[in-house]
Structure formats: structure tokens, C-alpha cells
Design a protein around this ligand. Structure first.
Ligand code: SAH
Length: 255
């Protein structure tokens, strides 16, 4: 369980963390601490870098736009990310921000945009996606940041998916059925702990029939229908991740 210290702001820093190390803050982090939160020298802060766990630190200096932290002691050891990939057709602007933030909160360990025939976002702003990962990670208490892959065509993404990874293909055209039971059934073939999973969600226009047929050729796949309504792609991603985490992932097998 996470016993988060809500009195301390929690910041991601791309800097090695060890007792007594000095960590320079970015101008925006310095501004946030000093001007938005009004934290003075000596104020407690939690920091993590995705590698060395989480550390208690304090504000050591606050020169305009160039704050420095002093690291004190480790609060939590590093934990690995969930073995859960999210493959999704990138959406436009706010919906893409939403999917990335919610994926992080839901415990996705790898964010993998795939280009499908009906994908609408022609260009994907990876820097913005990574900034959304950091923001969500700071907020939700995780220690390992999911990497954001460069977008891959669907066929290539499928080819590169390890055969042992259960692919949860979200398909509104799948026959109706109990999604929990379908995933639990797939689980009886797996090893007993959290499974290696990938959730795949299509673009707003859905998958084409060709894409659907190609997907259904794959072994180790569950074709999942998320209820009787068509969900928007961003809603479908969160709904599918909730089912996956509760039946096969770390909602059930908490580490
Ligand atoms: N082709 C549809 C909409 C696609 S919705 C149409 O325009 O009518 C976008 C994506 O969300 C789909 O590709 C699918 O992956 C997922 N999705 C939406 N509703 C779903 C449902 N009820 N069950 C499973 N997946 C769903």
C-alpha cells in the first residue's frame, strides 16, 4: 500500500538520488515550489527519478528560478513497472493527454502508440506525452515511469509483441459476453501472478475489417467487448485497463 506523505510535494527529477546529494531543480519546479506552494528553505519535498526509489529531501536553496534540494533518506525502495502495455491509436490533443495521464494512473508500464488505418492524429507530440507521464507519476505515487514509444504501424507493433504476452483486443464488434469471465479464463492458462498483458484500443473510427481479421490471427488474444455501448477511445482505454488490472493485474495481485 502507498502511505503517501501528502504534506510534501512530490517531484520527478532526472538526477541520481542518494543521501546528501544535491539536486538542482528546473526553473519551472523552482517556481512551483517557491511561488506557487510558497515553500521556504528547509521545507520537506519527496523526490523520485524512476530508478532509485523515493527519497525525502528538503529545499536547500532558493535563488530565483534555480532551486536546489538536499536529499536526506530513502522513503521507499524502487519497484518495477507493471508488465502491462497500452497499445492505442493516438488521439487529438486533450484526449491524448487524458489517455496518457490515465494510463499512468492505471499502472501501465509501457505506452505504445500505434498507427492504424483510421488514426486521426497524423503527428504525435512525444515530448508532450512524456510530460504527461511525469505529471501523472508525480501525482499518483508510482516510482517507475512508463516509457513512451515512438508510434509504430499496427502490423509492426503486433509483430514485435512477444508471443507470451496476452493481447486484450478491445473490439466493440466482439460477441457479447462477460469481460471478467473472459479474462479470468485466459488467466487459468497463465502462471499464477500478474500476467504479461497488452491492451489494444483503436481510433475514434474503429479498426477496419482488414485490421480486425489480422488481429484475430494472433494466438494468445482475448477479444474483449466492454458492454453494450460504443465507448469513445479514451473511455475504452480506462475501462479496459480497469478490467485487466482487476482480473489479471496488480489490483488483484498487489505487490
Ligand atoms: N467503430 C466505432 C467506434 C470505435 S470506438 C464506430 O465508429 O462506430 C474506438 C475504440 O474504442 C474501438 O476501436 C475499440 O477498441 C474501443 N471500444 C469502444 N467501445 C467498445 C466496446 N463496447 N467494447 C470494446 N471496445 C470498445
Amino acid at each position: 500500500m502507498i502511505l503517501q506523505d501528502f504534506a510534501s510535494p512530490r517531484l520527478f527529477v532526472d538526477h541520481p538520488l542518494a543521501a546528501e546529494s544535491k539536486v538542482p531543480l528546473s526553473p519551472s519546479q523552482s517556481h512551483y515550489l517557491a511561488s506557487v506552494l510558497r515553500r521556504k528553505v528547509g521545507a520537506p519535498v519527496l523526490v523520485f527519478n524512476g530508478r532509485d526509489g523515493e527519497w525525502r529531501a528538503e529545499v536547500a536553496a532558493q535563488n530565483r528560478g534555480a532551486g536546489v534540494l538536499r536529499v536526506i533518506e530513502q522513503a521507499r525502495r524502487q519497484t518495477p513497472p507493471c508488465d502491462l502495455h497500452l497499445l492505442f491509436a493516438p488521439l487529438k490533443h486533450a484526449r491524448l493527454d487524458y489517455v496518457v495521464q490515465k494510463a499512468v494512473e492505471m499502472g501501465v508500464g509501457s505506452i505504445r502508440p500505434v498507427m492504424t488505418q483510421r488514426t486521426q492524429a497524423a503527428r504525435v507530440n512525444l515530448a508532450r506525452m512524456r510530460a504527461n507521464v511525469v505529471e501523472a507519476a508525480e501525482q499518483c505515487g508510482i516510482l517507475a515511469l512508463p516509457p513512451v514509444d515512438t508510434p509504430a504501424p499496427l502490423a509492426l507493433a503486433l509483430k514485435n509483441l512477444d508471443a507470451g504476452r496476452l493481447l486484450i483486443f478491445c473490439d466493440e464488434a466482439a460477441p457479447s459476453g462477460d469481460p471478467v469471465a473472459m479474462l479470468a479464463q485466459a488467466f487459468t492458462k497463465s502462471t499464477g501472478g500478474p500476467a504479461s498483458l497488452a491492451v489494444l484500443v483503436g481510433p475514434e473510427g474503429g479498426f477496419t475489417q482488414d485490421e480486425r481479421l489480422a488481429l484475430l490471427q494472433r494466438g494468445n488474444l482475448v477479444r474483449l467487448r466492454l458492454g453494450p455501448r460504443i465507448l469513445r477511445a479514451d473511455t475504452a482505454a480506462v475501462a479496459a485497463l480497469a478490467v485487466a488490472q482487476s482480473v489479471l493485474g496488480d489490483w488483484r495481485f498487489e505487490r
